[in-house]
Design a binder for this molecule. Structure first.
Ligand code: IPM
Ligand code: MG
Length: 402
């Protein structure tokens, strides 16, 4: 009996490893990066998402349309509406991303994506894979970049979360070996670790940051996290002006809330699941997950999204219009920066900070005690082209940073 179970498990494991070895080969061959400066037009696909997704994506789209109006009029930027990434359509096809939707996504250069529902055990939906995780894998979006800034506390963090491996890589391919025994897998490859670590170091170098923190649990998860850490220290030798140190994920979650130490951290690089957890914590410190945006960068495509989910509870309670659109607006600013529109990205980021940190004329509470997402977006838009924007932002920044 048990030997038959073991044979089946071995067989499944063998197939998974075959796929992973093929993925390693693909990573080795994949050296070219897309060059946005050579594209005309740049196609921006917008997926609206589920739950509050549609509400907040609409606001982000308004900001993008406003700030890119000249480029759109000149035909240099094209927006494309991608409708099929809803939970209903995904369930209809019983796929994380239906084939035709995936082709539509691949026909774009960058994607703005609203939060999508991730089914879980016990949901009314069948337990299909998360659309986020599938998209990250299918488009090989290996770097999840999540900035968190709390200027009034001198905090300016940038998290580089590995986005295609770790505990997520085989997330939907774990299996029950017997009635009593379940296994999932965690995978780290040399190539997968190297590309995210390198990106984090390049970011630090470009921004004259002299500190890199690698976050693992390599004292316990010795093989996979051990490899991640070894790769980080190997790459660090190429950046002698950047000091690297390793922190374990448990103490790191504590240090993020340690007022005496937390502002020392600048750029952090880590495997997938640790990044998932740590960035929610960091975002909460910034003002809530609704304030944090995220870039999913790959060599051929990139996708920009909120760091949070579709908040079905808010929709059920009739509060969707009060959802915070800042996460998606921030993601849009990251998109602008990524396709080469730095000045526009800066304006949006400064406007978000003037509204949310310095001026604070309006507040979002997620219910009728605050303003709606549309009202807040109008507030942000009113600052984007305000001639006093930079001055207001700098004054705020200088006054509070120590
Ligand atoms: C995130 C989200 C996703 C993740 C979920 C929705 C699958 O929490 O982007 O952090 O775990 O990566
Ligand atoms: Mg998360």
């Amino acid at each position: 009996m048990s030997s038959a179970l073991i044979e089946t498990a071995k067989d499944k494991f063998g197939k998974l490893m075959e796929d992973q070895l093929k993925r390693v080969e693909r990573m080795k061959q994949d050296t070219e990066w897309i060059d946005y400066s050579k594209l005309n037009p740049i196609i921006i696909g917008i997926c609206w998402g589920d739950g509050i997704g549609e509400f907040i994506s609409k606001q982000a789209q308004r900001v993008l349309e406003y700030i890119l109006k000249t480029e759109v009029a000149r035909g240099k930027i094209v927006f494309r509406d991608i409708k099929g990434l809803t939970i209903e359509n995904r369930v209809k096809h019983m796929k994380a991303i239906p084939e035709d939707v995936l082709n539509e996504l691949k026909a774009c250069h960058v994607i703005l994506k609203g939060p999508t529902t991730t089914p879980q055990v016990g949901d009314p939906w069948p337990n299909i894979e998360s659309a986020n995780v599938a998209m990250r894998r299918e488009l090989d979006l290996f770097a999840n970049v999540r900035p968190v800034r709390i200027p009034q506390d001198g905090i300016d963090w940038c998290f580089f979360r590995e986005n295609t491996e770790g505990a997520y890589v085989l997330g939907s391919k774990g299996f029950d070996v017997s009635e009593d025994l379940s296994v999932d897998f965690k995978v780290i490859t040399e190539q997968g670790a190297e590309r995210i670590v390198r990106m984090a170091f390049e970011y630090a170098k470009k921004n004259q940051i002299d500190r890199m923190t690698v976050i693992t649990k390599s004292n316990v998860v010795k093989t996979t996290d051990g490899r991640f850490s070894k790769v980080a220290f190997r790459i660090a030798k190429e950046y002698p002006n950047i000091k690297i140190d390793e922190w374990y994920i448990d103490i790191m979650t504590a240090k993020l809330i340690d007022p005496a130490r937390r502002r020392e951290f600048k750029v952090m690089v880590m495997p997938n699941l640790y990044g998932d957890i740590l960035t929610d914590e960091a975002a909460q410190l910034q003002g809530g997950v609704g304030t944090a945006g995220s870039a999913n960068i790959g060599k051929h495509w990139s996708m920009f999204e909120a760091i949070h989910g579709s908040a079905p509870r808010m929709v059920k309670e009739g509060r969707a219009q009060y959802a915070d659109p800042c996460s998606m607006i921030r993601a849009s600013a990251m998109l602008l920066r990524h396709i080469g529109h730095q000045p526009e990205a800066e304006k949006v980021e400064m406007a978000l900070e003037v509204c949310g940190v310095y001026e604070k004329k309006m507040t979002i509470t997620g219910r009728e005690t605050g303003v709606t997402g549309k009202e807040y977006s109008d507030y942000v838009l009113s600052w984007v082209d305000n001639p006093r924007l930079k001055e207001r932002w700098e004054t705020g920044g200088r006054a509070v940073c120590v």
